[in-house]
Design a protein around this ligand. Structure first.
Ligand code: ARG
Length: 461
Protein backbone atom coordinates (compact mmCIF):
# COMPACT_ATOMS: atom_id res chain seq x y z
CA UNK A 1 0.00 0.00 0.00
CA UNK A 2 1.41 3.35 -1.02
CA UNK A 3 1.63 6.45 1.15
CA UNK A 4 -0.63 8.29 -1.25
CA UNK A 5 -3.31 5.55 -1.34
CA UNK A 6 -6.19 7.95 -0.58
CA UNK A 7 -5.77 9.86 -3.83
CA UNK A 8 -5.34 6.80 -6.05
CA UNK A 9 -7.74 4.07 -7.05
CA UNK A 10 -5.22 1.55 -8.41
CA UNK A 11 -1.98 -0.09 -7.22
CA UNK A 12 1.19 1.00 -9.02
CA UNK A 13 2.33 -1.08 -11.98
CA UNK A 14 5.03 -3.58 -10.87
CA UNK A 15 7.74 -2.47 -13.32
CA UNK A 16 6.97 1.17 -12.63
CA UNK A 17 7.34 0.47 -8.95
CA UNK A 18 10.81 -0.97 -9.53
CA UNK A 19 11.69 2.00 -11.71
CA UNK A 20 10.44 4.48 -9.15
CA UNK A 21 11.84 2.77 -6.08
CA UNK A 22 15.11 3.87 -4.48
CA UNK A 23 15.19 1.29 -1.70
CA UNK A 24 17.94 -0.74 -3.37
CA UNK A 25 20.36 2.12 -2.85
CA UNK A 26 18.91 4.31 -0.10
CA UNK A 27 18.45 1.50 2.42
CA UNK A 28 22.05 2.10 3.47
CA UNK A 29 20.76 5.28 5.17
CA UNK A 30 18.46 3.40 7.55
CA UNK A 31 20.43 4.53 10.60
CA UNK A 32 20.35 8.16 9.60
CA UNK A 33 16.68 7.93 8.70
CA UNK A 34 15.85 6.55 12.12
CA UNK A 35 18.09 9.05 13.87
CA UNK A 36 16.39 11.92 11.99
CA UNK A 37 12.94 10.58 12.81
CA UNK A 38 13.72 10.19 16.50
CA UNK A 39 14.88 13.80 16.65
CA UNK A 40 11.81 14.96 14.74
CA UNK A 41 9.45 13.04 17.04
CA UNK A 42 11.20 14.39 20.13
CA UNK A 43 10.88 17.94 18.80
CA UNK A 44 7.17 17.39 18.03
CA UNK A 45 6.72 16.26 21.62
CA UNK A 46 8.69 19.16 23.09
CA UNK A 47 6.72 21.67 21.03
CA UNK A 48 3.42 20.15 22.10
CA UNK A 49 2.49 19.15 18.55
CA UNK A 50 2.07 15.53 19.58
CA UNK A 51 1.70 14.10 23.08
CA UNK A 52 4.95 13.54 25.01
CA UNK A 53 3.90 9.92 25.55
CA UNK A 54 3.43 9.46 21.81
CA UNK A 55 6.75 11.05 21.07
CA UNK A 56 8.40 8.62 23.48
CA UNK A 57 6.55 5.64 22.05
CA UNK A 58 7.67 6.66 18.55
CA UNK A 59 11.30 7.03 19.65
CA UNK A 60 11.22 3.62 21.33
CA UNK A 61 9.53 2.05 18.33
CA UNK A 62 12.18 3.49 16.03
CA UNK A 63 14.97 2.25 18.30
CA UNK A 64 13.51 -1.26 18.26
CA UNK A 65 13.36 -1.11 14.44
CA UNK A 66 17.00 -0.08 14.39
CA UNK A 67 17.97 -2.96 16.68
CA UNK A 68 15.99 -5.43 14.60
CA UNK A 69 17.59 -4.30 11.35
CA UNK A 70 21.05 -4.50 12.90
CA UNK A 71 20.59 -7.93 14.44
CA UNK A 72 18.99 -9.32 11.31
CA UNK A 73 15.47 -9.78 12.69
CA UNK A 74 13.98 -7.25 10.31
CA UNK A 75 14.68 -7.49 6.59
CA UNK A 76 14.31 -4.34 4.54
CA UNK A 77 11.54 -4.91 1.99
CA UNK A 78 13.00 -4.59 -1.52
CA UNK A 79 9.55 -3.63 -2.87
CA UNK A 80 9.18 -0.61 -0.61
CA UNK A 81 9.37 2.72 -2.37
CA UNK A 82 12.24 3.99 -0.31
CA UNK A 83 13.84 3.66 3.11
CA UNK A 84 11.68 6.45 4.57
CA UNK A 85 8.46 4.72 3.55
CA UNK A 86 9.68 1.38 4.78
CA UNK A 87 10.62 2.58 8.25
CA UNK A 88 7.47 4.64 8.71
CA UNK A 89 5.38 1.68 7.55
CA UNK A 90 7.15 -0.65 9.96
CA UNK A 91 6.64 1.82 12.80
CA UNK A 92 2.95 1.96 12.07
CA UNK A 93 2.79 -1.83 12.00
CA UNK A 94 4.30 -1.84 15.47
CA UNK A 95 2.54 1.16 17.04
CA UNK A 96 -0.69 1.51 15.13
CA UNK A 97 -2.04 5.04 14.90
CA UNK A 98 0.72 6.54 17.07
CA UNK A 99 3.18 5.59 14.34
CA UNK A 100 1.08 7.52 11.88
CA UNK A 101 1.76 10.73 13.81
CA UNK A 102 5.49 10.73 13.08
CA UNK A 103 5.17 12.39 9.70
CA UNK A 104 3.37 15.43 11.12
CA UNK A 105 5.06 18.65 9.96
CA UNK A 106 7.48 16.76 7.77
CA UNK A 107 7.85 15.70 4.16
CA UNK A 108 10.05 13.07 2.61
CA UNK A 109 11.74 15.97 0.89
CA UNK A 110 13.22 17.42 4.06
CA UNK A 111 13.58 13.90 5.45
CA UNK A 112 15.75 12.68 2.59
CA UNK A 113 17.72 15.93 2.65
CA UNK A 114 18.59 15.41 6.30
CA UNK A 115 19.36 11.71 5.81
CA UNK A 116 21.89 12.30 3.05
CA UNK A 117 23.57 15.05 5.00
CA UNK A 118 23.88 12.90 8.11
CA UNK A 119 25.15 9.98 6.05
CA UNK A 120 27.68 12.03 4.14
CA UNK A 121 28.91 13.84 7.24
CA UNK A 122 29.81 10.47 8.72
CA UNK A 123 31.54 9.36 5.53
CA UNK A 124 33.47 12.61 5.19
CA UNK A 125 34.76 12.10 8.72
CA UNK A 126 35.95 8.62 7.72
CA UNK A 127 37.57 9.80 4.51
CA UNK A 128 39.14 12.74 6.31
CA UNK A 129 40.95 10.46 8.72
CA UNK A 130 41.90 8.02 5.96
CA UNK A 131 43.50 10.81 3.91
CA UNK A 132 45.31 12.03 7.01
CA UNK A 133 46.61 8.55 7.65
CA UNK A 134 47.97 8.33 4.11
CA UNK A 135 49.62 11.74 4.48
CA UNK A 136 51.24 10.53 7.70
CA UNK A 137 52.54 7.36 6.08
CA UNK A 138 53.99 9.44 3.25
CA UNK A 139 55.77 11.70 5.75
CA UNK A 140 57.25 8.65 7.47
CA UNK A 141 58.62 7.31 4.20
CA UNK A 142 59.88 10.76 3.23
CA UNK A 143 61.85 11.02 6.48
CA UNK A 144 63.32 7.59 5.86
CA UNK A 145 64.48 8.56 2.37
CA UNK A 146 65.13 12.25 2.96
CA UNK A 147 68.66 11.96 1.58
CA UNK A 148 68.08 9.36 -1.15
CA UNK A 149 69.13 11.03 -4.40
CA UNK A 150 66.95 10.40 -7.42
CA UNK A 151 66.43 12.09 -10.74
CA UNK A 152 63.64 14.63 -10.84
CA UNK A 153 61.79 14.67 -14.15
CA UNK A 154 60.06 17.04 -16.49
CA UNK A 155 58.50 15.60 -19.66
CA UNK A 156 59.53 12.26 -18.11
CA UNK A 157 63.10 13.20 -19.02
CA UNK A 158 65.71 13.30 -16.29
CA UNK A 159 65.94 16.95 -15.31
CA UNK A 160 67.60 17.81 -12.01
CA UNK A 161 68.60 15.82 -8.95
CA UNK A 162 66.10 15.65 -6.12
CA UNK A 163 65.56 13.29 -3.22
CA UNK A 164 62.97 10.56 -2.98
CA UNK A 165 61.76 12.18 0.23
CA UNK A 166 61.16 15.43 -1.61
CA UNK A 167 59.25 13.66 -4.35
CA UNK A 168 57.02 11.97 -1.76
CA UNK A 169 56.43 15.19 0.12
CA UNK A 170 54.91 16.69 -3.03
CA UNK A 171 52.05 14.23 -2.55
CA UNK A 172 51.82 15.05 1.14
CA UNK A 173 51.27 18.70 0.21
CA UNK A 174 48.52 17.75 -2.25
CA UNK A 175 46.83 15.66 0.40
CA UNK A 176 47.04 18.52 2.90
CA UNK A 177 44.99 20.61 0.51
CA UNK A 178 42.58 17.71 0.00
CA UNK A 179 42.13 17.54 3.75
CA UNK A 180 41.40 21.24 3.82
CA UNK A 181 38.86 20.87 1.00
CA UNK A 182 37.14 18.00 2.83
CA UNK A 183 36.85 20.20 5.88
CA UNK A 184 35.24 23.00 3.86
CA UNK A 185 32.82 20.60 2.18
CA UNK A 186 31.95 19.22 5.60
CA UNK A 187 31.28 22.66 6.97
CA UNK A 188 28.90 23.50 4.17
CA UNK A 189 26.94 20.25 4.39
CA UNK A 190 26.53 20.73 8.12
CA UNK A 191 23.22 22.61 7.74
CA UNK A 192 19.97 21.08 8.95
CA UNK A 193 17.09 20.95 6.44
CA UNK A 194 14.36 19.37 8.62
CA UNK A 195 11.42 21.71 8.94
CA UNK A 196 11.69 22.87 5.33
CA UNK A 197 8.86 20.44 4.73
CA UNK A 198 7.93 19.65 1.15
CA UNK A 199 9.14 23.08 0.07
CA UNK A 200 7.47 25.77 2.20
CA UNK A 201 7.95 24.71 5.84
CA UNK A 202 4.79 24.19 7.87
CA UNK A 203 2.16 26.00 9.90
CA UNK A 204 2.84 23.85 12.99
CA UNK A 205 4.88 25.67 15.65
CA UNK A 206 7.97 23.49 15.20
CA UNK A 207 11.35 24.44 16.64
CA UNK A 208 14.08 23.70 14.15
CA UNK A 209 16.83 24.55 16.61
CA UNK A 210 15.80 21.52 18.68
CA UNK A 211 16.21 19.05 15.82
CA UNK A 212 19.42 20.75 14.70
CA UNK A 213 20.99 20.38 18.10
CA UNK A 214 19.69 16.83 18.63
CA UNK A 215 21.23 15.82 15.31
CA UNK A 216 24.49 17.67 15.88
CA UNK A 217 24.19 20.15 13.02
CA UNK A 218 26.03 23.41 13.46
CA UNK A 219 23.55 25.41 11.37
CA UNK A 220 20.05 25.38 9.90
CA UNK A 221 19.08 25.77 6.23
CA UNK A 222 17.73 29.31 6.08
CA UNK A 223 15.52 29.00 3.04
CA UNK A 224 13.08 26.14 2.78
CA UNK A 225 13.22 25.85 -1.01
CA UNK A 226 16.99 25.76 -0.94
CA UNK A 227 17.09 23.35 1.99
CA UNK A 228 15.10 20.65 0.20
CA UNK A 229 16.24 21.17 -3.34
CA UNK A 230 19.93 21.86 -3.50
CA UNK A 231 22.47 19.11 -3.67
CA UNK A 232 25.50 21.32 -3.95
CA UNK A 233 26.99 19.57 -0.94
CA UNK A 234 26.93 16.34 -2.96
CA UNK A 235 28.49 18.01 -5.98
CA UNK A 236 31.09 19.69 -3.84
CA UNK A 237 31.99 16.45 -2.12
CA UNK A 238 32.20 14.62 -5.44
CA UNK A 239 34.51 17.31 -6.77
CA UNK A 240 36.73 17.15 -3.68
CA UNK A 241 36.79 13.37 -4.04
CA UNK A 242 37.61 13.70 -7.73
CA UNK A 243 40.62 15.85 -6.90
CA UNK A 244 41.72 13.28 -4.33
CA UNK A 245 41.44 10.63 -7.03
CA UNK A 246 43.53 12.72 -9.42
CA UNK A 247 46.24 12.81 -6.80
CA UNK A 248 46.02 9.10 -6.03
CA UNK A 249 45.95 8.32 -9.74
CA UNK A 250 49.11 10.31 -10.51
CA UNK A 251 50.85 8.71 -7.57
CA UNK A 252 49.68 5.29 -8.80
CA UNK A 253 51.03 5.99 -12.25
CA UNK A 254 54.44 6.73 -10.75
CA UNK A 255 54.35 3.62 -8.58
CA UNK A 256 53.54 1.57 -11.68
CA UNK A 257 56.51 3.06 -13.54
CA UNK A 258 58.83 2.74 -10.58
CA UNK A 259 57.94 -0.96 -10.26
CA UNK A 260 58.93 -1.68 -13.86
CA UNK A 261 62.34 -3.18 -14.60
CA UNK A 262 63.10 -0.02 -16.57
CA UNK A 263 63.08 1.92 -13.27
CA UNK A 264 63.02 -0.55 -10.36
CA UNK A 265 62.96 2.30 -7.85
CA UNK A 266 60.51 0.44 -5.64
CA UNK A 267 59.14 -3.01 -5.16
CA UNK A 268 55.66 -3.56 -3.80
CA UNK A 269 55.10 -5.99 -1.02
CA UNK A 270 53.76 -9.39 -2.11
CA UNK A 271 50.60 -8.70 -0.12
CA UNK A 272 49.84 -5.76 -2.40
CA UNK A 273 50.82 -7.25 -5.76
CA UNK A 274 49.42 -9.89 -8.05
CA UNK A 275 50.94 -12.48 -10.36
CA UNK A 276 50.10 -13.54 -13.88
CA UNK A 277 48.14 -16.66 -14.83
CA UNK A 278 50.62 -17.47 -17.58
CA UNK A 279 53.89 -15.59 -17.04
CA UNK A 280 55.56 -17.00 -13.93
CA UNK A 281 58.04 -14.13 -13.62
CA UNK A 282 55.37 -11.42 -13.32
CA UNK A 283 54.63 -9.30 -10.29
CA UNK A 284 52.03 -6.75 -11.20
CA UNK A 285 51.09 -3.50 -9.47
CA UNK A 286 47.36 -4.18 -9.86
CA UNK A 287 46.35 -2.15 -6.83
CA UNK A 288 47.95 0.99 -8.19
CA UNK A 289 46.46 0.32 -11.62
CA UNK A 290 43.00 -0.12 -10.14
CA UNK A 291 43.26 3.08 -8.16
CA UNK A 292 44.30 4.86 -11.36
CA UNK A 293 41.38 3.27 -13.19
CA UNK A 294 38.82 3.88 -10.50
CA UNK A 295 39.44 7.61 -10.69
CA UNK A 296 37.28 7.47 -13.82
CA UNK A 297 34.25 6.32 -11.83
CA UNK A 298 34.54 9.19 -9.39
CA UNK A 299 34.85 11.80 -12.16
CA UNK A 300 31.80 10.15 -13.76
CA UNK A 301 29.89 10.44 -10.50
CA UNK A 302 30.67 14.14 -10.35
CA UNK A 303 29.48 14.58 -13.94
CA UNK A 304 26.28 12.68 -13.10
CA UNK A 305 25.50 14.98 -10.20
CA UNK A 306 26.20 18.15 -12.13
CA UNK A 307 24.05 17.00 -15.01
CA UNK A 308 21.18 15.79 -12.84
CA UNK A 309 20.99 19.12 -11.04
CA UNK A 310 21.61 21.64 -13.76
CA UNK A 311 18.15 21.96 -15.28
CA UNK A 312 15.57 21.39 -12.58
CA UNK A 313 13.22 24.11 -11.46
CA UNK A 314 12.94 24.69 -7.70
CA UNK A 315 12.16 22.93 -5.48
CA UNK A 316 12.25 19.10 -5.22
CA UNK A 317 11.98 16.99 -8.37
CA UNK A 318 12.32 13.25 -8.59
CA UNK A 319 15.43 13.65 -10.75
CA UNK A 320 17.16 14.30 -7.45
CA UNK A 321 16.75 10.69 -6.39
CA UNK A 322 19.62 10.08 -8.82
CA UNK A 323 21.97 11.94 -6.46
CA UNK A 324 22.44 8.98 -4.14
CA UNK A 325 23.97 6.29 -6.32
CA UNK A 326 26.45 8.80 -7.70
CA UNK A 327 27.60 10.32 -4.44
CA UNK A 328 27.61 6.95 -2.65
CA UNK A 329 29.70 5.42 -5.39
CA UNK A 330 32.18 8.28 -5.18
CA UNK A 331 32.43 7.86 -1.41
CA UNK A 332 32.71 4.06 -1.56
CA UNK A 333 35.34 4.18 -4.28
CA UNK A 334 37.56 6.69 -2.52
CA UNK A 335 37.32 4.78 0.75
CA UNK A 336 38.19 1.52 -0.95
CA UNK A 337 41.10 3.07 -2.82
CA UNK A 338 42.55 4.62 0.32
CA UNK A 339 42.20 1.37 2.24
CA UNK A 340 44.35 -0.43 -0.31
CA UNK A 341 46.66 2.43 -1.22
CA UNK A 342 47.90 3.44 2.22
CA UNK A 343 49.24 0.04 3.30
CA UNK A 344 50.65 -0.47 -0.20
CA UNK A 345 52.77 2.68 0.26
CA UNK A 346 53.62 1.80 3.82
CA UNK A 347 54.97 -1.63 2.90
CA UNK A 348 56.68 -0.85 -0.40
CA UNK A 349 60.40 -1.50 -0.54
CA UNK A 350 62.36 1.49 -1.75
CA UNK A 351 65.56 0.79 -3.71
CA UNK A 352 67.66 3.95 -3.34
CA UNK A 353 70.66 2.37 -5.14
CA UNK A 354 68.66 2.22 -8.35
CA UNK A 355 67.50 5.79 -7.93
CA UNK A 356 71.09 6.88 -7.39
CA UNK A 357 72.20 4.96 -10.52
CA UNK A 358 69.48 6.57 -12.61
CA UNK A 359 70.48 9.96 -11.24
CA UNK A 360 74.09 9.39 -12.33
CA UNK A 361 73.11 9.01 -15.99
CA UNK A 362 71.27 11.73 -17.79
CA UNK A 363 73.30 14.84 -17.05
CA UNK A 364 70.92 16.04 -14.38
CA UNK A 365 73.76 18.11 -12.92
CA UNK A 366 74.13 20.13 -16.15
CA UNK A 367 72.28 23.10 -14.64
CA UNK A 368 74.67 22.98 -11.69
CA UNK A 369 77.64 22.87 -14.05
CA UNK A 370 76.36 26.03 -15.75
CA UNK A 371 75.66 27.63 -12.36
CA UNK A 372 79.27 26.88 -11.38
CA UNK A 373 80.46 29.10 -14.23
CA UNK A 374 77.88 31.75 -13.39
CA UNK A 375 79.15 31.85 -9.81
CA UNK A 376 82.60 32.52 -11.32
CA UNK A 377 81.21 35.52 -13.19
CA UNK A 378 80.09 34.18 -16.59
CA UNK A 379 76.62 35.31 -17.76
CA UNK A 380 74.11 32.46 -17.48
CA UNK A 381 73.42 32.19 -21.23
CA UNK A 382 77.15 31.73 -22.01
CA UNK A 383 77.48 29.23 -19.17
CA UNK A 384 74.44 27.36 -20.51
CA UNK A 385 75.99 27.17 -23.97
CA UNK A 386 79.38 25.99 -22.70
CA UNK A 387 77.72 23.26 -20.64
CA UNK A 388 75.60 22.20 -23.62
CA UNK A 389 78.78 21.76 -25.65
CA UNK A 390 80.28 19.63 -22.88
CA UNK A 391 77.15 17.45 -22.65
CA UNK A 392 77.17 16.86 -26.41
CA UNK A 393 80.87 15.91 -26.21
CA UNK A 394 80.21 13.51 -23.31
CA UNK A 395 77.36 11.81 -25.17
CA UNK A 396 79.60 11.33 -28.19
CA UNK A 397 82.40 9.85 -26.06
CA UNK A 398 80.19 7.84 -23.71
CA UNK A 399 81.27 9.94 -20.71
CA UNK A 400 79.44 11.81 -17.95
CA UNK A 401 80.19 15.24 -16.54
CA UNK A 402 81.72 13.46 -13.53
CA UNK A 403 84.10 11.37 -15.67
CA UNK A 404 85.03 14.06 -18.18
CA UNK A 405 88.74 15.03 -17.69
CA UNK A 406 89.43 18.60 -16.61
CA UNK A 407 91.43 19.29 -19.80
CA UNK A 408 88.26 18.78 -21.83
CA UNK A 409 86.40 21.21 -19.59
CA UNK A 410 89.12 23.80 -20.04
CA UNK A 411 89.05 23.43 -23.82
CA UNK A 412 85.44 24.63 -23.79
CA UNK A 413 85.87 27.35 -21.14
CA UNK A 414 89.06 28.34 -19.35
CA UNK A 415 87.15 29.33 -16.22
CA UNK A 416 86.80 25.66 -15.23
CA UNK A 417 89.10 24.17 -12.59
CA UNK A 418 89.06 21.04 -10.42
CA UNK A 419 86.37 22.63 -8.24
CA UNK A 420 83.81 21.74 -10.90
CA UNK A 421 83.73 18.11 -9.75
CA UNK A 422 82.59 19.21 -6.34
CA UNK A 423 80.01 21.55 -7.82
CA UNK A 424 78.45 18.82 -9.93
CA UNK A 425 78.50 16.04 -7.36
CA UNK A 426 74.86 14.96 -7.11
CA UNK A 427 74.85 15.06 -3.35
CA UNK A 428 76.12 18.63 -3.38
CA UNK A 429 73.63 19.58 -6.10
CA UNK A 430 70.75 18.28 -4.02
CA UNK A 431 71.88 19.40 -0.62
CA UNK A 432 72.79 22.82 -1.95
CA UNK A 433 69.12 23.34 -2.80
CA UNK A 434 68.20 24.45 0.67
CA UNK A 435 65.88 27.19 -0.50
CA UNK A 436 62.45 27.01 1.12
CA UNK A 437 60.53 24.27 -0.68
CA UNK A 438 63.68 22.67 -2.04
CA UNK A 439 64.80 19.02 -2.18
CA UNK A 440 67.80 19.02 0.20
CA UNK A 441 67.75 16.22 2.73
CA UNK A 442 67.63 18.68 5.61
CA UNK A 443 64.65 20.41 4.02
CA UNK A 444 62.79 17.16 3.56
CA UNK A 445 63.25 16.29 7.21
CA UNK A 446 61.85 19.72 8.08
CA UNK A 447 58.96 19.43 5.62
CA UNK A 448 57.93 16.04 6.93
CA UNK A 449 58.09 17.26 10.51
CA UNK A 450 56.01 20.31 9.68
CA UNK A 451 53.31 18.30 7.88
CA UNK A 452 53.13 15.70 10.64
CA UNK A 453 52.64 18.44 13.20
CA UNK A 454 49.94 20.07 11.06
CA UNK A 455 48.11 16.77 10.75
CA UNK A 456 48.28 16.23 14.46
CA UNK A 457 47.05 19.73 15.24
CA UNK A 458 44.04 19.23 12.96
CA UNK A 459 42.65 16.34 15.01
CA UNK A 460 39.53 14.79 13.55
CA UNK A 461 36.39 16.32 12.06
N1 ARG B 1 13.39 8.53 -2.62
C1 ARG B 1 13.23 9.94 -2.73
C2 ARG B 1 14.57 10.57 -3.09
O1 ARG B 1 15.55 9.93 -2.91
C3 ARG B 1 12.75 10.50 -1.45
C4 ARG B 1 12.00 11.77 -1.58
C5 ARG B 1 10.72 11.54 -2.22
N2 ARG B 1 9.97 12.72 -2.35
C6 ARG B 1 8.97 12.85 -3.24
N3 ARG B 1 8.36 13.97 -3.26
N4 ARG B 1 8.62 11.88 -4.03
O2 ARG B 1 14.66 11.65 -3.57
Amino acid sequence: MKLWAGRFSKEIDKKTNDFNSSISFDSRMYREDIEGSIAHAQMLGECGIIEKSESEAIANGLKSILDDIENGNLKIDPDAEDIHTFIEGELTKRLGSTGKRLHTARSRNDQVAVDIRLYLKKEVRNIYSAVKELANVICGKAEEYAYAVMPGYTHLQRAQPITFGHHLMAYAEMLLRDIDRLECAYKRMDQMPLGCGALATTTYPIDRTVTASLLGFSGICQNSLDGVSDRDFCMELASVLSIIMVHLSRFSEEIIMWCSWEFKFVELDDAFSTGSSIMPQKKNPDIAELVRGKSGRVFGDLMTLLTVMKGIALAYNKDMQEDKEAVFDAVDTVKMCLEAFTPMIETMRVIPENMRKAAANGFINATDCADYLVKKGLPFRDAYKATGTLVAFCIEKGLTLETLPIEEYKKVCDMFDEGVYDAISLENCVNGRKVLGGPSGANVVEQAKRVKELLKAQGSL
